[in-house]
Design a protein around this ligand. Structure first.
Ligand SMILES: O=P(O)(O)OC[C@H]1O[C@H](OP(=O)(O)OP(=O)(O)O)[C@H](O)[C@@H]1O
Length: 215
């Protein structure tokens, strides 16, 4: 069964996840990266209702197993491709809200009048980017004692490092103790994970190492 319904053309990677009763046929795509071309299996969960639901339920079970009670935990996630997955996980865990890092400062954040944190980041797919956190999410994070970081994919770890930096900055601005990250959760890890990541990474499945293509 191809839950992506064969809507992507071209070569595919068959992605299998323990506990998921079907494999997912991911398109292999080529990305520009520092003057090179990287070939990756593209997991894009945007708009994939069934896949987000099924992966989200599995991931929520993993969070419960690792983190235990959620009473003191706030989830921090990041736009764009991880957001629908985070929604399902949060619903499964009974959370009323999660903190979200946006990819830019937006007008409704009233950055001239209210606190906003913006930091640089990078990811395998986007290269250089920005993450922005605004007042409401800063205040939500300030209620946490432990934190979990949630994304669809962890590859170079650049996005996760920047989410951890955001948490540190919230702690600094809110005069909180150093943040305790109880785990990093994702649908898939890609390639080898950096040993410097701020917490253990719990992925449901693995994506193949990106391949540098010859010029
Ligand atoms: O471990 P990394 O190398 O940081 O890669 C993983 C990140 O890259 C992708 O996001 P992307 O930057 O493409 O942004 P988007 O989700 O807004 O499209 C993905 O959704 C993760 O957030």
């Amino acid at each position: 069964m191809d839950v992506l319904q064969g809507l992507d053309s071209g070569e595919k990677y068959r992605w299998e996840v323990k506990g998921l009763p079907y494999a997912v046929e991911l398109p292999l795509v080529r990305l520009p990266a520092d003057g090179r071309t990287l070939k990756i299996a593209s997991l894009n969960l945007v708009g994939q209702i069934r896949l987000n639901r099924d992966l989200g339920r599995l991931l929520a079970a993993k969070v419960r197993e690792v983190v235990g009670t959620m009473d003191d935990v706030v989830m921090l996630t990041v736009v764009e491709k991880g957001l629908q997955l985070a929604q399902v996980v949060a619903e499964e865990l009974g959370l009323e809200a999660v903190a979200v890092a946006y990819n830019r400062i937006k007008p409704h954040m009233e950055a001239q009048r209210r606190p906003v944190i913006q930091i640089g980041a990078s990811s395998i797919t986007s290269g250089g980017k920005f993450l922005a956190l605004y007042e409401r999410d800063m205040n939500l994070l300030a209620r946490g004692r432990r934190f979990i970081l949630m994304d669809d994919v962890v590859s170079s770890g650049g996005t996760i490092f920047s989410l951890a930096d955001i948490l540190e900055e919230v702690a600094r601005q809110k005069d909180m103790p150093a943040p305790v990250i109880a785990g990093v959760f994702c649908a898939a890890t890609e390639g080898e994970q950096s040993p410097l990541l701020p917490a253990p990474v719990y992925g449901l499945g693995k994506l193949p190492e990106p391949v540098v293509e010859p010029e």
